[in-house]
Design a protein around this ligand. Structure first.
Ligand code: NAI
Length: 509
């Protein structure tokens, strides 16, 4: 196969469940005639009837013309037997997630369809290489991984296994674009792009819960404040802990039990106890009520200081200087500035309020020889809106007054301070650092490009930015320092720094 085009080509979609019905809709809306098959009797006809209702709704809302809705529906034909579906140029499979069943189906298809018919699988976790193995023409099998709900989600991961013909992957890429999607090429590795790079979003929250560093409402508030649409705990409740745990397990097992991907005891306990999230009425939160809003803590103004200096350089130090200037203005003076310091934060009469670099407050207090020290979490968006949640932790040996003073200062600087245990990298820096690390490994291993990872995470799981966009705003050396601090603290394999990061040039990206 050299050049392939599916323009106007007839399609067969197999599996008329959630995903197959959505794929059939999108293909028919793009002008393809679609045959729809499901082994469950009547399923394809029911899916078509349901789609008729959906299209009626879109017409009623003025989103599509009545003629377009009718034409879309007319292009879809339920078929009662696979043998009826001859003449198609592309088959998209969206049946049960089972290697043996999918393999058997593809073998059966090879005997039915033409030699140049492409076979695509919507599998979310099965190796495309394994699916193709044993086929007479394994080069024509490719992954076409849509996201749920198919008509709304823009991302399509185009997955190449070891056998997949490059021309086949390219043709599916072009076709996905023609369907109004944003395709991203990826190699057949566990979790592909999105389900792999997203693991730390859940794993770091679960790790912090396991060591009782923070509560679900605090974790959610901090990550929402960083721009994520949902915090990790409310998101796991929405996905369902059984589903989320199964995906984590499958990525863990598929990576030969690499500790990087180790599932959490916290989540297993919830699954075992039937606390599956929204669908079971209880997960981290109870439903239908959901998460209660965090009580707003009122902090008194910090005690009058004799000396306030903003240390460090760059946008975060600049934002701190602006906030400290505003906070001190009523007293008629402003902060000093020490741009040459190798740390970012405030010194207040010798005490330190320090931006996390991955080390704990205790470690930093010891290193600096300072008793009263607190670390605060990294802002991802500047300027931060007033009242933005910000986790902070106080060094263990600090004086009794320092904790409340650190909170009062963070509050005076415009944040909503949330105390957490003295854990490395706090919440946002640790989570985003690990998302970057995972994306870096994916690029190192040729799973995707940097741009592909960014698109996939923004479109597949609605992240506010892609991992490499965060990295560009942060810096490679700072991320490496953070990961090394985590690695040193936990002394396991989980936080090992991606060699991709270590090999970046010293100059800023
Ligand atoms: P579903 O359970 O809603 O639908 C699967 C359909 O396939 C059912 O109607 C079933 O009767 C039919 N089926 C089972 N075996 C069959 C066979 N041998 N031949 C023909 N039809 C058969 O499942 P869903 O959620 O649509 O998932 C389908 C595939 O898409 C799976 O591989 C899944 O991993 C993948 N996927 C699912 C996503 C989701 O959010 N649900 C997202 C992305 C991929």
């Amino acid at each position: 196969m050299t050049t392939l085009s599916f323009e106007g080509a007839p399609l067969l979609v197999i599996g008329a469940g959630i995903m197959g019905a959505g794929i059939a809709q999108v293909a028919a809306q793009a002008g393809h005639t679609v045959q729809l098959f499901d082994t469950r009797e009547g399923a394809a006809t029911q899916a078509k009837a349901k789609l008729a209702g959906t299209l009626d709704g879109l017409v009623a809302k003025g989103r599509i013309e009545p003629g377009a809705a009718q034409a879309t529906l007319a292009r879809i034909t339920p078929v009662a037997a696979l043998e009826e579906a001859r003449g198609v140029r592309l088959v998209v499979e969206a049946i049960v997630e089972d290697l043996a069943i999918k393999r058997a189906l593809f073998k059966q298809l090879e005997a039915l369809v033409a030699a140049d018919c492409v076979l695509a699988s919507n599998t979310s976790s099965i190796s495309i290489t394994a699916l193709a193995s044993g086929l007479a023409q394994p080069g024509r099998l490719v992954g076409m991984h849509f996201f749920n709900p198919v008509p709304l989600m823009k991302l399509v991961e185009v997955v190449s296994g070891l056998h997949t013909d490059a021309a086949v992957a390219d043709a599916i890429f072009v076709l996905s674009k023609a369907w109004g999607k944003v395709p991203v090429h990826t190699r057949s590795t566990p979790g592909f792009i999105v389900n792999r790079i997203a693991r730390p979003y859940y794993a770091e929250a679960l790790a912090l819960l396991l060591e009782q560093a923070a509560t679900p409402p605090v974790l959610d508030a901090c990550l929402r404040a960083a721009g994520f649409r949902m915090g990790p705990c409310e998101l796991m409740d929405l996905i369902g802990h059984d589903t989320n745990f199964a995906v984590t397990n499958s990525v863990f097992e598929a990576n030969f039990q690499d500790k990087r991907y180790m599932p959490s005891l916290v989540q297993r306990e919830m699954v075992d106890g039937g606390l599956l999230g929204r669908k079971s009425g209880r997960g981290f939160y109870r439903y239908p009520e959901g998460a209660a809003a965090l009580p707003v803590a009122v902090h008194e103004a910090p005690a009058t200081a004799r000396e306030v200096t903003v240390h460090g350089h760059g946008p975060i130090a600049d934002a701190l200087e602006a906030a400290a200037t505003q906070a001190l203005a009523p007293q008629g003076w402003g902060p000093a500035r020490e741009p040459g310091s190798d740390w970012t934060g405030l010194s207040i009469d010798g005490a330190r309020l320090v931006l996390t670099d991955g080390r704990t407050a205790g470690e930093r207090a010891r290193a600096a020889g300072v008793r009263d020290l607190a670390v605060f979490d990294r802002p991802l968006q500047l300027p931060a809106a007033p009242g933005t949640a910000r986790a902070f932790a106080v060094s263990a040996g600090a004086s009794a007054t320092w904790g409340p003073q650190a909170a009062a200062w963070l509050s005076a600087l415009g944040f909503a301070p949330l105390p957490v245990s003295d854990s490395p990298g706090l919440i946002v820096a640790r989570t985003v650092g690990m998302l970057i690390n995972e994306a870096a490994d994916a690029v190192l291993q040729g799973v995707c490009t940097e741009a592909g990872a960014d698109s996939a995470m923004k479109l597949g799981v609605s992240y506010p930015a892609g991992p490499f966009e965060w990295l560009a705003r942060w810096s490679v050396p700072e991320v490496v320092v953070l990961l090394d601090a985590l690695d040193h603290h936990y002394r396991g394999e989980r936080y090992r720094t991606s060699p991709w990061l270590l090999r970046q040039p010293a100059t800023p990206r």
